[in-house]
Design a protein around this ligand. Structure first.
Ligand code: GLV
Ligand code: MN
Ligand code: MN
Length: 431
C-alpha cells in the first residue's frame, strides 16, 4: 500500500464542518424524543420518522443538494436533480438509517446519515472534481420496529424484493401501503428502487459501534471486517382463552405459558448449547393481555445471530424442533408467520485498507472488529463492495436512551468517512 494519497490530493486538505454536523445530530435527536427519559422512538414510517425525513430533506435542500424519495421510501441525496439510480454513472454510496427502535438512542443510524450528508456537502461545496460522484442515502425502516421488516429500504435497493412481504402490515395489522405513500414511496413500484449491478462502485457506512470493544481497547475508529448474520422468526402461538379463576389448571392451553417456554428455548440454544452467538426474544404480544383471562394467543419474535451461516442454520433447526415440542407440551399451535434473514457478510479488503489509512493519517488509533448488529450495508453488499467505519459507544450500550458517543469521536468518524470517500472516488486503483 503506497501512501501517495498524502501528497496527492489537494482535496485531502478538505475538512468537514464539525459544528454543522454536531448541530444536525442535536436537532435530529429531538425528533421522537421522550421528554422525560430522553429515549428516541422514531419507528420506521411513523409520524416521528416522517418528521425526521422532512428534516433531512430540508437540510439537504438548504445545502443546495437534491433529495429524492424512491418507491421504497429511501431518501437519496445527490448533487444534481434526478431520480434515476444510474444517472450519475457508478457512484460511491454512503448511508445508514433514520428510523429507530422503541425508546432507543439518537445516534444509531442517524449519525451515519448525517455524516454522509456532511461529507457530500463538503465535497460539493469544495468544488472538488471526483472520478466518481457520491450520494448519501437514508435507508427506510432498517430496524423494523413498527413494520416488522427490518432492512426494508436496503433490500429494495439491492433488488431483494422477492424476499419482502407483498402487503406488509405492522404489529397491529395496519398496512404499510398507506404509511409508505405518506413517506413518498409507492408499494406498487418497488422494483424502481433497485439499483442495477455496476451502478454503485463502493458503499460506505459510518455507525456507532453499539458495543464495548473500541472503548475497552482505547481505539477511536473501528474498521469492520464482518457483519453478523441474523434470522428473525415471527411466531403466532394459538392456545385457548378462558377465565383465569374458573378454568382448572389441568387441560389449559395457555399461549403465554408456551411463549415463556419459547423465551427460555432461545436462551438455551445460544447460552447452554452454544449453537449460535446470541438469541433473543424481544417482543411478546399476548391477547387479550388482561390479568384475569388466560392468553388465547401470543405473537412473538425470536432473533438468532452468528457470523457463521452453518451455525445459524443449526440453531434455527434446533429452535424449530423445540417449538414443536413446546406446542405438543402446552396444547398450543405454533406457526412461523414471517421470517427475515440477513446473511453474514465480509467487508471489502481494499475499503478496509482505505479506512485504516485514513484513520492513520488523522492519527486516530484503530482496530478491526466484527459487527454484532445488523446494518443496511449487509444488503448493499449484494450490489457493491462495502466498508464500515465504527466509532466508540460510551459504555458500549445501544438501543437504549443512554446510547452516546463523545463529540470528538463523532467528528473523527466523519473525517475518516470523508477521507475514505475521497480515496475511493479519486483513484480507485490506488485505494
Ligand atoms: C439492527 O439495529 C440490529 O438489530 O442489529
Ligand atoms: Mn439499531
Ligand atoms: Mn443501525
Amino acid at each position: 500500500m503506497s501512501h501517495t494519497v498524502v501528497e496527492r490530493a489537494g482535496s485531502l486538505a478538505l475538512d468537514i464542518d464539525a459544528e454543522r454536523l454536531l448541530r444536525r445530530i442535536r436537532e435530529l435527536g429531538r425528533i421522537g424524543a421522550d421528554p422525560v427519559g430522553g429515549g428516541i422512538t422514531r419507528t420506521g414510517f411513523s409520524a416521528a420518522d416522517r418528521e425526521a425525513r422532512a428534516y433531512l430533506m430540508d437540510e439537504a435542500r438548504a445545502a443546495g443538494l437534491f433529495p429524492a424519495v424512491d418507491a421504497a421510501g429511501n431518501i437519496v441525496v445527490r448533487r444534481r436533480p434526478t431520480d434515476r439510480p444510474t444517472a450519475d454513472g457508478p457512484v460511491v454510496m454512503m448511508g445508514s438509517h433514520l428510523d429507530t427502535v422503541v425508546d432507543g438512542g439518537r445516534l444509531d443510524g442517524a449519525y451515519g446519515v448525517l455524516a454522509a450528508l456532511e461529507v457530500l456537502q463538503t465535497v460539493v461545496e469544495s468544488g472538488a472534481r471526483l472520478r466518481r460522484d457520491c450520494v448519501a442515502v437514508a435507508f427506510a425502516n432498517e430496524e423494523g420496529a413498527l413494520f416488522p421488516q427490518p432492512f426494508w429500504g436496503s433490500m429494495a435497493v439491492a433488488g431483494r424484493i422477492e424476499n419482502l412481504p407483498r402487503e406488509p402490515r405492522d404489529h397491529q395489522g395496519r398496512p404499510l401501503r398507506e404509511a409508505l405513500r405518506l413517506a413518498g414511496g409507492d408499494l406498487d413500484a418497488l422494483g424502481s428502487a433497485c439499483w442495477p449491478k455496476g451502478s454503485v462502485s463502493a458503499y460506505l457506512e459510518l455507525h456507532v459501534e453499539q458495543g464495548p470493544v473500541l472503548e475497552r481497547g482505547g481505539s477511536r475508529i473501528g474498521v469492520v471486517d464482518a457483519i453478523t448474520g441474523r434470522i428473525v422468526l415471527t411466531l403466532e402461538i394459538r392456545g385457548r382463552a378462558g377465565h383465569s379463576g374458573t378454568t382448572p389448571m389441568e387441560g389449559r392451553r395457555d399461549a403465554l405459558c408456551a411463549a415463556a417456554r419459547v423465551v427460555l428455548a432461545a436462551e438455551h440454544i445460544a447460552g447452554r448449547r452454544d449453537l449460535c452467538r446470541v438469541a433473543t426474544v424481544g417482543r411478546l404480544d399476548p391477547y387479550p393481555n388482561t390479568p384475569n383471562t388466560i392468553a388465547g394467543a401470543v405473537r412473538t419474535t425470536v432473533d438468532l445471530r452468528d457470523t457463521d451461516v452453518w451455525r445459524m442454520a443449526d440453531a434455527e433447526a434446533a429452535l424449530r424442533a423445540m417449538l414443536d415440542d413446546i406446542a405438543a407440551a402446552t396444547g398450543t399451535e405454533i406457526e412461523v408467520v414471517a421470517e427475515t434473514r440477513s446473511d453474514p457478510v465480509s467487508t471489502d479488503a481494499r475499503l478496509r485498507e482505505a479506512i485504516a489509512l485514513s484513520a492513520d493519517e488523522l492519527a486516530l488509533p484503530y482496530e478491526e472488529l466484527p459487527s454484532g448488529a445488523g446494518h443496511d450495508a449487509q444488503f448493499v453488499a449484494g450490489l457493491a463492495p462495502i466498508g464500515m467505519i465504527f466509532v466508540p459507544s460510551i459504555g458500549g450500550v445501544s438501543h437504549v436512551p443512554q446510547e452516546d458517543t463523545a463529540a470528538e469521536d463523532l467528528v473523527a468518524g466523519a473525517r475518516v468517512l470523508l477521507r475514505t470517500v475521497l480515496r475511493t472516488t479519486e483513484r480507485e486503483e490506488q485505494l
